[in-house]
Design a protein around this ligand. Structure first.
Ligand code: GLY
Length: 358
C-alpha cells in the first residue's frame, strides 16, 4: 500500500493507494475510528457496481454503515440533491459523531463533500474515488460544491476529507472514454510540475492505455503526490494552486461552448494545446517542447484541435465570463519548459486570435 500525506496541519490526511483497496477499507477505517456510524453516498450506477463490495468490507470489519443514492449524472450536481440528501441524513438520525463516505466519480465527491461541509455545520467525510479523473484530481484537495444555472461549481466550500482510498483495480471496468477523460489531467501534472513524470508518461503509454494495474497505481500515486504538495502549499488557491488550472482557461471556454457536451478531460487537452501555442507565441516556451506536449496529448488519443463548430468569437466570449477571470481578465497558466509554468494575464487579444485561428 502506498500512503501519501496531504500536509495541512490540523486538517492533514492520508491518501491510501492499493490495487484491491476496496476490500480493505473496512479494516483500515475501523482502526482510524473517525466516526461511530457511516453513510455511504453513491449514484445509483456506482452503488450497484461497487456498493456491495464496499458494504461487505465495512460489515466484515464491524463498521456500522448504510448506503444512500442519488440519480447518476452531472444534472444531480445541484442544490436540490444536497437538500434531499440532507433530509435523508436527518431522517436517519445522523449526528456530528457520524461521517459520510463518497463512493464514486467527481460529481459524487463534490456533492458529498459539500453535504459534509454543511450538514450540522460540518461532519467528517471520506473519499473513495472510482474514476481516474476523481482519483488523480477531484478527490484530493478539498474543493467541494455544486452547479447553479449561472455556472458550474459556483456554490461550494473548501472542505478536506479525512482520508482518501484509491483502488486502481476499479479502473478496469471504467469505460474507455472515462479513462481518457482522466488522462488529460494526468498529462497536466507532467507539464506543470515534473519533467521526469512527463517522460514516464511517454514511455509507459502502452502499459497505461492497456491498464497495466501496477503502472496505473504508480501513475496515480505520482499525480496525488504532486497534487498533495501543491494543495499543502496553497490550500485556498491564492497563488501556487492556480497552476492546476493549466489547460483549464481555454478548456472551460470550450466546455461551455459545447454546452458541457464535451467531456472535461477532452476540453482540458484542447486547452493545454492552446496554452502551449500561446506560450510559444509569447516566446517563452520552445517550439520543440510545445510539440512534445501536443504529441503526447495526441498519442494518448485526446483531440488537439478545437472543433470548427465552435467559433473563435464564441470561445472568446466564454473566456471572459469564466469564474477564473481576475477583474474581468482571463488568466493563463503557460509553460516555460516541460515541468515549469508561469501564471499570467499578459496575453494580447491578437495572440488569442492567432491561437484560435480567428
Ligand atoms: N482541480 C483543480 C484543483 O483542485 O485546484
Amino acid at each position: 500500500m502506498r500512503t501519501i500525506r496531504v500536509g495541512l496541519g490540523e486538517r492533514a490526511y492520508d491518501i491510501l493507494i492499493e490495487n484491491g483497496m476496496l476490500a480493505k477499507i473496512g479494516t483500515d477505517l475501523k482502526q482510524r475510528a473517525i466516526a461511530k456510524r457511516y453513510v455511504v453516498v453513491a449514484d445509483s450506477h456506482v452503488a450497484e457496481l461497487l456498493g456491495g463490495k464496499l458494504m461487505a468490507s465495512l460489515a466484515a470489519a464491524g463498521v456500522s454503515a448504510e448506503i444512500i443514492t442519488f440519480p447518476r449524472g452531472e444534472a444531480s450536481k445541484h442544490l436540490t440533491t444536497v437538500a434531499e440528501l440532507a433530509s435523508k441524513l436527518a431522517q436517519m438520525g445522523l449526528d456530528r459523531k457520524d461521517a459520510l463516505i463518497a463512493l464514486g466519480g467527481g460529481v459524487t465527491g463534490d456533492i458529498t463533500g459539500f453535504l459534509a461541509a454543511i450538514y450540522m455545520r460540518g461532519i467528517p467525510f471520506i473519499q473513495i474515488p472510482t474514476t481516474l479523473l476523481a482519483q488523480v484530481d477531484s478527490s484530493v484537495g478539498g474543493k467541494t460544491g455544486v452547479d447553479i444555472p449561472e455556472g458550474k461549481n459556483l456554490v461550494g466550500a473548501f472542505y478536506q476529507p479525512r482520508c482518501v482510498y484509491i483502488d486502481s483495480n476499479v479502473l478496469m471496468s471504467l469505460p474507455p472514454a472515462e479513462l481518457l477523460n482522466g488522462l488529460a489531467e494526468v498529462i497536466k501534472y507532467g507539464v506543470i510540475y515534473d519533467a521526469e513524470f512527463f517522460r514516464y508518461l511517454a514511455k509507459q503509454r502502452q502499459a497505461i492505455l492497456a491498464r497495466d494495474v501496477a503502472v496505473l497505481e504508480e501513475m496515480i500515486a505520482r499525480c496525488c503526490e504532486i497534487k498533495a504538495a501543491v494543495v499543502a502549499a496553497d490550500e485556498r488557491e491564492a497563488d501556487l494552486r492556480r497552476i492546476l488550472n493549466f489547460g483549464h482557461t481555454f478548456g472551460h471556454a470550450v466546455e461551455a461552448a459545447s454546452n458541457y457536451a464535451m467531456a472535461h478531460g477532452l476540453a482540458v487537452g484542447l486547452g493545454m494545446v492552446a496554452a502551449c501555442r500561446l506560450a510559444t507565441g509569447k516566446g517563452i516556451f520552445a517550439k520543440d517542447q510545445a510539440e512534445a506536449v501536443c504529441r503526447l496529448i495526441a498519442d494518448y488519443g485526446l483531440p488537439t484541435e478545437i472543433p470548427s463548430e465552435f467559433s473563435p468569437q464564441q470561445i472568446k466570449s466564454f473566456l471572459k465570463t469564466d469564474k477564473k477571470t481576475v477583474g474581468g481578465r482571463p488568466f493563463f497558466v503557460l509553460p516555460t519548459e516541460i515541468g515549469k509554468v508561469v501564471i499570467t494575464d499578459a496575453v494580447s487579444e491578437e495572440l488569442i486570435d492567432t491561437v484560435l485561428g480567428g
